[in-house]
Write a protein that binds this ligand. Structure first.
Ligand SMILES: N[C@@H](CCC(=O)N[C@@H](CS)C(=O)NCC(=O)O)C(=O)O
Length: 231
């Protein structure tokens, strides 16, 4: 069986896991933290990053987009989650780039507060990232609104665009609630609520966080003020 390495508080790991559920591809999960399990992860991935997918033959894949590309190939053309060609593929790729870019910018904001001592933080940079995350979410909101109430982003059934957008939206809402302002993204919120109720999503629950930023502090092995133990 394939082995998926990484915690589900990462939207990149979660989108791979949810996709595997949609594709009916079973996997063993290694709930390893990029902080305390860094060395173990590096045995499979030279960068020590997640997600990492270890195939049955022992080969390890990294980068969620490359992993998803392989999974679609494994599932076959009839079941693949990303449209194969044409306007739908272009739309999906644009939506995916917007969503993963917003997630990257969200993670960078967490890093600012979780990795840096307060006096070394640079507010203009954080503000830039915050604006980029918000613009990304606003663009995704327009995609969701254009799709229409009760529809998936590309019409038809759920695709990789829906999986990734919902994983990113749920992640940002959980760890950076100030960015996901109530009422600003109603179509996105409705899409997420519908997707999160599906068994493929429900089986891959995001761990609960008590404070924004704990995701990175715990995951990355960084001691925060008041957390003298560290992970
Ligand atoms: N572009 C990468 C992003 C993955 C990513 O940012 N992973 C984070 C966890 S959310 C990670 O491994 N962080 C540890 C590190 O970068 O050292 C992908 O799509 O797989």
């Amino acid at each position: 069986m394939m082995i998926l390495i990484g915690m589900f508080d990462s939207p990149f790991v979660r989108r791979v896991a949810v996709s595997m559920n949609f594709l009916g591809l079973p996997f063993e999960h290694r709930n390893w933290s990029v902080g305390k399990d860094f060395d173990r992860i590096r045995e499979f991935n030279p960068l020590g990053r997640v997600p990492t997918l270890v195939l049955e033959c022992g080969e390890a894949l990294m980068e969620s987009a490359a992993i998803l590309d392989y999974l679609d190939e494994l599932a076959g053309a009839g079941r693949a989650l990303l449209p194969r060609s044409g306007a739908d593929r272009r739309s999906a790729q644009k939506i995916l780039a917007t969503a993963t870019g917003a997630a990257d910018k969200g993670v960078l904001q967490l890093y600012e507060s979780a990795f840096r001592p307060r006096e070394k933080r640079h507010e203009p940079w954080i503000e830039r990232c915050r604006g980029q995350t918000q613009s990304g979410l606003d663009a995704l909101e327009r995609h969701a609104a254009a799709a229409g109430t009760g529809a998936w982003l590309l019409g038809g059934g759920p695709t990789q665009a829906d999986i990734t957008v919902v994983c990113v939206y749920s992640f940002l809402r959980s760890v950076l609630p100030a960015i996901v302002e109530p009422g600003r993204h109603p179509a996105l919120g409705a899409l997420a609520a519908r997707a999160e109720s599906l068994p493929e999503f429900q089986a891959i629950a995001m761990p609960a966080h008590t404070t924004p930023g704990e995701h990175v502090a715990v995951g990355a092995g960084v001691s925060r003020p008041g957390n003298s133990e560290g992970p």
